[in-house]
Design a protein around this ligand. Structure first.
Ligand code: FAD
Length: 577
């Protein structure tokens, strides 16, 4: 028997999107029963806590919402959904004020008391507000305090969502099947409105930055429920992930962009500064260009001992570097590197997924009662996310989702009974590994990470993607024959890992199919067999959907609802450049 729980609003995930949604939902209607169910511990999990650089917002004299919008559209290579991008940039100022004045955050200031804005790549204005290089900790700690203070918000930590369960009549969602990780019990949460805020997270690559609790579960659930996913080929690689060797989870973690911005040099294994071979902006070129340049050096075999390249800061003065980048200098020291005075090995690392669930600017999806916010949603960033637009995205749309879900429930008050057949089949699906002989799940995860890195990684081509797709089929078949010992289900981390790998394989297939479909190179997606960007006016985005158990992929036209390629919104009007 599965335990049943009822609530009004069910929020999956406790990052910036999930916590903001909860606070807004109860503020809008204090009578609502709001539940947060999250795979980790509130305040300790997800990537919002890991935000280093900061939050993009146009609050400074000389900046404007139009300028932030144009940077976002041009950075996204004209692929963003312009309604979503506009909502993001135009709501960010309100959200930053809310973070400071209501949530209790305090960001770094200029001597005159105004918010300090730092420079971030790809932006024409220094608009990234921050708290040193630990901005995410400030945001998530203050949000966590506010959420714990509101005892009316129910919290289910270490609860993993495994399936979206439709209503009996198929008209809407009924709820979500979850596993209580602590006890191993299955629990069905029936809700009037559900928010998907599990934070994407492309952790299927050999080198990656997102937190370990993220395995693309939300997008895997959405695919199985028949929902469309957009821009899945758009995986952002950050050029400078720490490369500390194969046996440490520190490998892949980000050394922030500010290092290159401040004048850091990249050197190959022969100590040659190589960026001049690739881009006139040298190390300050955009993330995608620098990542591809490093990858080319690696392919040419000009590597550091662990197979990457070096970043060097010492020429800027070790004491200055130690002061300016304290967090990063400490982290490198923990891994045996001297960032201030020596060389640190780095490698491109999968950082962010621009792709995700298709949604409207009010966070609604095509399924009534299902909403999405944060990194699970797509369309705001197009082919590239600007550094600083990630946490803005999760907090802006999380807040909107809380308001909208509250209003939606006022007009759709009924709770729908679940389709019991699907609930039963999803239960069988997630307990499947207990029906097979125990095997080595970690070996499969290692193979998946190598497969995606080698075949569908920084640089792609048709033959590699085809090998990637074939490899994913093999891995899935092996996973389904690999079991987990059925001793205790309580805190059975091998079982959780088995499900992580399954979600990652399913969503990797969506990434590979979308990469196969896009026969041009835009932003984060680079095809060596189709290196041109294609005509901007006829830009399309990819949509992957699962029907009758199979994934299909199609192209849809980008709508230029605010500005067309060649135009600019600066000075308040669309003017030909
Ligand atoms: C190292 C690093 C540095 C970054 N720096 C910046 C920066 O400087 N500026 C910027 O704008 N962006 C930055 N980003 C990106 C930014 O962190 C994210 O875009 C944003 O925080 C995502 O917020 P979210 O709420 O969508 O997801 P997250 O904050 O990642 O939260 C996801 C939540 O979902 C939960 N979850 C996952 N799976 C399940 C499941 N199956 N069931 C229930 N819950 C689940 C997780 O436990 C977690 O609570 C950075 C990211 C990283 C990794």
């Amino acid at each position: 028997m599965i335990e049943r729980v009822q609530t009004d609003v069910l929020i999956l995930g406790s990052g910036g999107a999930g916590l903001f949604a909860a606070l807004h939902a109860v503020a809008r209607n204090p009578a609502l029963d709001v539940t947060i169910a999250t795979k980790g511990l509130i305040g300790k999990c997800g990537c919002t806590r890991m935000v280093q650089g900061g939050y993009n917002v146009s609050l400074h004299v000389g900046d404007s919402i139009e300028r932030h919008f144009m940077d976002t559209i041009e950075g996204g290579k004209w692929l963003p959904n312009q309604e979503l991008a506009w909502t993001l940039v135009s709501t960010a100022p309100e959200r930053v004020r809310e973070l400071e004045n209501e949530i209790g955050c305090f960001f770094d200031r200029n001597p005159d008391g105004s918010l300090h804005g730092k420079a971030f790549a790809g932006q024409t204005f220094d608009r990234t507000v921050h708290k040193g290089d630990l901005t995410g900790i400030e945001i998530i700690n203050r949000l966590m305090e506010q959420v714990w203070k509101r005892t009316a918000i129910r919290k289910h930590e270490e609860h993993r969502a495994v399936a979206l369960i439709p209503a009996k009549d198929g008209s809407a969602l009924s709820g979500v099947l979850m596993i209580d990780i602590r006890t191993g019990a299955l629990r069905f949460f029936q809700a009037r409105a559900i928010l998907m805020a599990t934070g994407g997270g492309p952790t299927m690559y050999r080198y990656h930055t997102p937190s370990g609790d993220k395995s693309m579960d939300g997008l895997a659930m959405a695919l199985r429920a028949g929902l469309p996913l957009r821009d899945m080929e758009m995986v952002q690689f950050h050029p400078t992930g720490l490369l500390a060797g194969p046996d440490t989870r520190m490998t892949g973690t980000v050394l922030e962009e500010g290092l290159r911005g401040a004048g850091g040099h990249l050197l190959d294994g022969e100590m040659r500064r190589f960026m001049a071979d690739y881009d006139e902006k040298l190390e300050r070129a955009t993330r995608d260009v620098v990542s591809r340049s490093i990858y080319a050096e690696m392919k040419a075999g000009r590597t550091s001992p662990n197979g990457g390249v070096y970043i060097q800061m010492s020429h800027l003065g070790p004491s200055k570097v130690a002061k300016q980048f304290k967090g990063m200098v400490d982290r490198c020291r923990d891994c045996g590197f001297d960032l201030a005075g020596g060389l640190v090995e780095v490698v491109p690392t999968a950082h962010y997924l621009m792709g995700g669930m298709v949604c409207r600017a009010d966070t609604s999806t095509e399924v009534p009662g299902l909403f999405v916010a944060g990194e699970d949603a797509s369309g705001m960033h197009g082919a590239n996310r600007l550094g600083g637009n990630g946490v803005a995205n999760s907090t802006v749309f999380g807040g909107i989702a809380g308001d909208v879900m509250s209003d939606w429930i006022a007009e759709n008050s009924q709770r729908r009974e679940p389709d019991e057949e699907i609930l039963a089949s999803e239960t069988v699906r997630c307990t499947h590994p207990f029906t097979r002989k125990p095997g080595d799940v970690n070996r499969l995860r290692e193979r998946l990470m190598d497969l995606m890195w080698d075949q569908v990684g920084v640089v792609r081509d048709a033959a590699g993607i085809a090998r990637g797709l074939a490899g994913l089929n093999d891995l899935e078949a092996e996973l389904l024959e690999t079991g987990v010992a059925d001793g205790s289900r309580a805190f059975n981390l091998t079982w959780q890992d088995w499900m992580n790998v399954r979600s990652l394989i399913e969503t990797s297939r969506a990434i590979a199919l979308a990469a196969q479909q896009r026969e041009n190179s835009r932003g984060a997606h680079f095809r060596s067999d189709f290196p041109e960007s294609g005509d901007l006016e006829s830009s399309t985005f990819t949509v992957v959907r699962q029907t009758a158990g199979r994934l299909t992929v199609s192209d849809e036209p980008v709508l230029f609802t605010h500005v067309r390629p060649g135009e600019s919104l600066l000075d308040g009007k669309a003017a030909a450049e």
